[in-house]
Design a protein around this ligand. Structure first.
Ligand code: NAP
Length: 266
């Protein structure tokens, strides 16, 4: 039976060169190559950086087959190998010296006065004002009102996304083996006029976060999902939960989250 591997690459020169070399090596090792996600594809190889990985997952509509990233980008937090390690990787893959790290995206259900949309995110969902005015949001967790928040916005991240925008916003790096959601305030106002929490809140992954905007100057809100902006008018409620979808990251046997975190950040 044919073994098909799907390759997705960004358009950087280095990525396209890597794609050519990888395709030749995989064909020599007995695999068929496709640019598309075929019914029989057993693996997706994404070539680029983390941004390309996030795009690949979206382009292939959150696929349920394993994905591995070859880093030709800048940071490469999701990446498992460099282009120089292709031979070694093919050997490891063929001899099954790999394992799957499953990560759950977030699911945001956005209800406006007259519509309902659902969006999934690997890293985070950010709620922001469109016009740089203060955002006032009622925050509820499991139907309990926590606070009226005032500030630039709120960021809700997955554990695997905790090292991205969340970390820059002062949030904590979370071990992805923990089942959590993290809510990080963006420039919270904490004065006698407005009381807002000033540090991240870590919640169980089974929590339901509800964000209800209060409109004072403007009825539009930006929902930024893994860096992609969606503008909505008259949002009534944004509900954020952990998605049931699982993304399968293919890891080599020497992968360890904290080793990766210390190499890239600490
Ligand atoms: P981008 O240029 O594609 O990414 C910005 C940086 O974030 C890149 O260096 C990227 O790595 C890195 N990154 C992405 N996911 C990561 C993760 N899980 N852990 C650690 N680093 C990660 O930017 P974009 O297209 O606007 O948005 C993509 C992601 O970038 C978003 O999901 C968000 O988390 C992050 N971002 C961060 C900030 C900030 O830190 N202030 C602002 C906006 C967006 P590569 O270099 O390998 O691509």
């Amino acid at each position: 039976m044919e073994r098909i591997i799907t390759i997705s690459s960004n358009n950087m020169k280095k990525s396209l060169e890597t794609k050519k070399i990888l395709s030749e090596k995989l064909k020599s090792a007995g695999f068929c190559i496709s640019d598309r996600l075929e019914n029989e594809s057993e693996l997706i190889i994404s070539i680029g950086g983390d941004g390309s990985f996030l795009k690949t997952i979206n382009d292939f509509n959150f696929p349920n087959i394993p994905v591995v990233v070859i880093n030709t980008g800048h940071l490469g937090f999701f990446a498992e190998l460099d282009p120089s390690e292709i031979d070694e990787f093919i050997q490891d893959y063929k001899s099954k010296k790999v394992f799957i790290q499953e990560v759950h995206p977030l699911k945001a259900n956005i209800c406006t006065k007259d519509s309902h949309s659902t969006i999934e995110a690997i890293n985070e969902v950010v709620i922001k004002s469109v016009c740089s005015r203060t955002l006032h949001l009622d925050l509820m967790v499991n139907e309990n009102k926590i606070q009226k928040f005032s500030g630039d916005g709120m960021l809700i991240s997955t554990p695997i996304g905790s090292t991205a925008y969340n970390y820059s916003a002062g949030g904590s790096i979370v071990d992805p083996s923990l089942d959590t959601l993290q809510l990080t305030p963006l420039a919270p106002m904490n004065t006698i006029a407005y009381r807002s929490f000033t540090s991240s809140i870590i919640l169980s992954a089974h929590s339901t976060i509800s964000i209800l905007p209060e409109y004072r100057f403007e009825n539009s809100i930006l929902v930024v999902v893994d860096g992609v902006e969606y503008k909505f008018n008259d949002i009534v409620n944004i509900e954020i939960i952990r998605s049931e979808t699982k993304i399968k990251l293919l890891r080599r046997s020497n992968y360890e989250f904290w080793k990766r975190a210390s190499e890239k950040f600490l």
